[in-house]
Design a protein around this ligand. Sequence first.
Ligand SMILES: NC(=O)c1ccc[n+]([C@@H]2O[C@H](COP(=O)([O-])OP(=O)(O)OC[C@H]3O[C@@H](n4cnc5c(N)ncnc54)[C@H](O)[C@@H]3O)[C@@H](O)[C@H]2O)c1
Length: 254
Amino acid sequence: MKAAIIGYGKMGREIERILRERGDEVALIIDADNRQDLDAAHLAGIDVALEFTTPATAYDNIRTCLECGVAVVSGTTGWTDRLGELQALCRERHGAFFYASNYCLGVNLMFRLNRQLAALMNRVGGYDVRIEEVHHTEKKDAPSGTAITLAEGIIAELDAKSGWVNYAPGIAHAANRVERSGDTPADRVEIRSVREGAVPGIHTVTYESADDMLELRHTIKNRRTLAAGAVVAAAFLCGRQGVFGMDDLLEESK
Ligand SMILES: NC(=O)c1ccc[n+]([C@@H]2O[C@H](COP(=O)([O-])OP(=O)(O)OC[C@H]3O[C@@H](n4cnc5c(N)ncnc54)[C@H](O)[C@@H]3O)[C@@H](O)[C@H]2O)c1
């Protein structure tokens, strides 16, 4: 496939390595310093764009790709309150758009286990639930998109929870933040965000009763698994029309 990379940071560079190893063509690389080149002329002939940039720039980048008729895979987090708008645009234009808050296969298996566990917990009762996510200090958004997806899975299954809050000590830009863990209302899932070192990503869902604790944890060992998942999604998207996510990819690989 003939690919464009939008965002030449940690993910963009890893994606480039994998595309070249597979023999795919990397025909266009866009980063902040040449962002004006993201236009119809430069996108002509591109099969798919892989977009990993920043919460402030993802929406416009994806929109430009869809308006230019180029399929786009995005994993940028921290902007998805507007995801629905772009999915609608994609359908209207008969384009192709793949979004996942996490491209790691193991995390997507965790998403499924998380929902199953929440459904069981809804029946048995007696446990409260919380989420912790740990990431490197350069991460721009809090909580992580992955933690939000986990919280949404819990909220969909647990009658006692109707939203989430973020306890993010020392992180200025956190969404839905509470200042102290003790401020979390009983009907919210608390997501605790921790930023330290170069951690690629650890997510833990903890259920605690008066007598015991049950944890579901995923640890990413390196960024390559994320980039490889995005490249698999790009290959899946080529030649298709519609709006897709990791569930579609997992169903296909059964
Ligand atoms: N979905 C997933 O599986 C997954 C995995 C890892 C990271 N992420 C997310 O992907 C995003 C990027 O992560 P990263 O670790 O590569 O970050 P990074 O900071 O290393 O790279 C971001 C790059 O985007 C560039 N950029 C900024 N504005 C731009 C613009 N207008 N056009 C093009 N490029 C622009 C920056 O210069 C930088 O090189 C973040 O939102 C992160 O949370 C998602």
